[in-house]
Design a protein around this ligand. Structure first.
Ligand code: FAD
Ligand code: FAD
Length: 465
């Protein structure tokens, strides 16, 4: 066995949380070791955010070309498109490789030592890693747990064969003719809609009463309309029960109890994600938990001194930008800064067609918290830029306190609205009021003008030309 390695900080997991923490720690002069059992970049870079957005882009381009082949309102004609899915997946893999190399180089520049292998905790300061070259023990003053999350496996539909998770769905080299998606959360819908756009017959099975049950109903309606226009079969209040005896169909219990079989070449199970807390000796630390997640305070400290945790393993919302923000902060805390993770809002985006963005409180959430609110909503059907792009579905909504007009939330649904989300978050973090939005010059013609118009409506002012 190699001699024990020592470090100020040991980071377990090289996803967006872990690599951001390690890079910042290195920049701050902390002697840091990062252990990763798979590829740097974690779920997000390798099998999550980035590859899914690449597939969604391919699907959108294909769909647009197919629309033109049918003839467009503005006179563009083209032949029917063809897709080489293998080449699309290679292109996606190339993007992932480039970003992987970028993360590795940033870690190197920050003098972070990287060990490849599964870390197993021996106690709150020590871990063992089985690497290709042998067993390595590491002793560190601080340990940061950033082990992330993995897809939930349903007992009735274990992964394997035609039952796949998002990971396999992102690397299919042959188009499934018929795809059944279990779970209408954001992952199931982003991927399900992409495959529908690419020409697959897609059925979505959701146990709750509506799609995207964690999201505000008004925001999800345009997505449902689009799914129906794409010919997707949407079954809500329906539960996936397993495969039929001959394996050709997904068995679904419909509301009322009847059972239906959905013929499928592949069944994508996107029924949520669970934190990675097993198989690496976490139980030896006996940390306080919050349900299935590791409990942390506002500094991302666990119940054991000098053991910290960030990202998906610490709870909702399980999003990359939360993990990264916690990662940067915790490195500064370990380096001695007084910091807390206390954002006004964490933006959430569903990259469906149309996209959905929610930052801060919806009107219902604000009212449930006891606020009297002013709400302004402005449709893209009255927005010049949206009309000139032949895409006028959706709207922007602002929610503000009735008394002093302080913004409490901003939401949008429509093409490309993901790019509005940073501005929404900035407005909330800066404590903007409706009058600040109205008084800011919004460039014309952009979809962003709908934000200003929504704020005007909330103030009871007439929209501008
Ligand atoms: P992870 O990224 O899961 O990284 C944890 C890392 O730890 C992994 O690399 C794992 O191999 C490693 N690890 C675990 N245990 C050990 C061990 N014992 N030893 C060594 N290494 C270990 N989020 C967004 O914000 N926007 C999106 O658009 C988005 N799209 C998504 C699409 C899909 C299909 C999926 C699946 C997820 C998506 N997410 C998205 C969620 C996002 O990927 C996660 O929130 C994010 O990756 C969490 O980061 P993390 O660092 O906490 O964990
Ligand atoms: P989910 O969004 O969990 O969707 C899975 C869906 O599958 C659910 O709607 C479920 O009803 C359905 N389903 C499960 N089993 C079956 C079955 N057998 N048949 C049919 N349908 C089935 N998730 C939480 O659990 N709690 C939260 O508090 C929470 N807060 C969130 C806050 C934000 C801002 C965001 C963006 C997401 C939140 N989520 C929450 C979702 C969470 O992040 C996701 O669970 C995770 O990122 C993976 O997404 P998913 O699409 O796979 O699953």
């Amino acid at each position: 066995m190699a001699e024990a390695m020592t470090a100020r900080l040991l980071v377990i997991g090289g996803g967006p949380g872990g690599y951001t923490a390690a890079i910042r720690a290195g920049q701050l002069g902390l002697d840091t070791v990062l252990v990763e059992r798979g590829r740097l970049g974690g779920t997000c870079l390798n099998v999550g955010c980035i590859p899914s957005k690449a597939l969604i882009h391919v699907a959108a381009e294909f769909g647009r070309a197919a629309d033109h082949a049918r003839g467009s309102a503005f006179g563009l004609r083209a032949g029917p498109p063809e897709l080489d899915l293998r080449q699309a997946v290679e292109w996606k893999d190339g993007i992932v490789d480039r970003l992987n190399a970028g993360v590795a180089s940033l870690l190197k520049q920050s003098r972070v030592r990287i060990l490849h292998g599964q870390a197993v905790l021996l106690d709150g300061k020590t871990c063992r890693v089985e690497t290709d070259t042998g067993t390595q023990t590491i002793r560190a003053e601080h340990v940061l747990l950033a082990t992330g999350s993995e897809p939930v496996e349903l007992a009735a539909l274990p992964f394997g064969g035609k039952v796949i998770s998002s990971t396999e769905a992102l690397s299919l080299t042959e188009m499934p003719k018929r795809l059944a998606v279990v779970g209408a959360g954001y992952i199931g819908l982003e991927l399900g809609m992409a495959f529908a756009r690419l020409g697959a017959e897609v059925a979505v099975v959701e146990a709750a009463e509506r799609i995207l049950p964690a999201w505000d109903a008004d925001l999800t309606r345009p997505v449902l309309r689009r799914m129906e226009r794409l010919g997707m079969d949407v079954l809500t209040g329906a539960e996936a029960r397993g495969l039929s005896a001959d394996g050709t169909a997904l068995r679904v219990a419909l509301p009322g109890g009847a059972e239906r079989g959905i013929a499928a070449d592949a069944v994508l199970v996107a029924a949520g994600r669970r934190p990675c807390t097993r198989g690496f000796g976490l139980e030896t630390l006996d940390l306080a938990m919050a349900g299935p997640f590791i409990r942390v305070d506002a500094r991302c400290a666990t119940s054991m001194r000098n053991v910290w945790a960030i990202g998906d393993v610490t709870g909702e919302p399980m999003l990359a930008h939360r993990a990264m923000a916690q990662g940067g902060m915790v490195a500064e805390v370990i380096a001695g800064a007084r910091r807390a993770f206390d954002p006004v809002a964490i933006p959430a985006i569903c990259f469906t067609e149309p996209e959905v963005v929610s930052v801060g409180a919806s009107p219902a959430e604000a009212r449930a918290a006891g606020q009297e609110v002013r709400v302004g909503q402005f449709p893209f059907s009255a927005n010049g830029r949206a009309l000139t792009e032949d895409d006028d579905g959706g709207f922007v909504r602002v929610v503000a306190r009735a008394d002093n007009h302080l913004l409490l939330g901003l939401q949008a649904v429509g093409a490309g609205v993901s790019e509005l989300a940073s501005g929404f978050a900035l407005a909330l973090e800066m404590g903007a009021r409706l009058d600040d939005i109205v008084g800011t010059i919004h460039p014309h013609p952009t979809r962003g003008e709908a934000v200003q118009d929504a704020a005007r409506k909330a103030l009871g002012q007439a929209p501008h030309g």
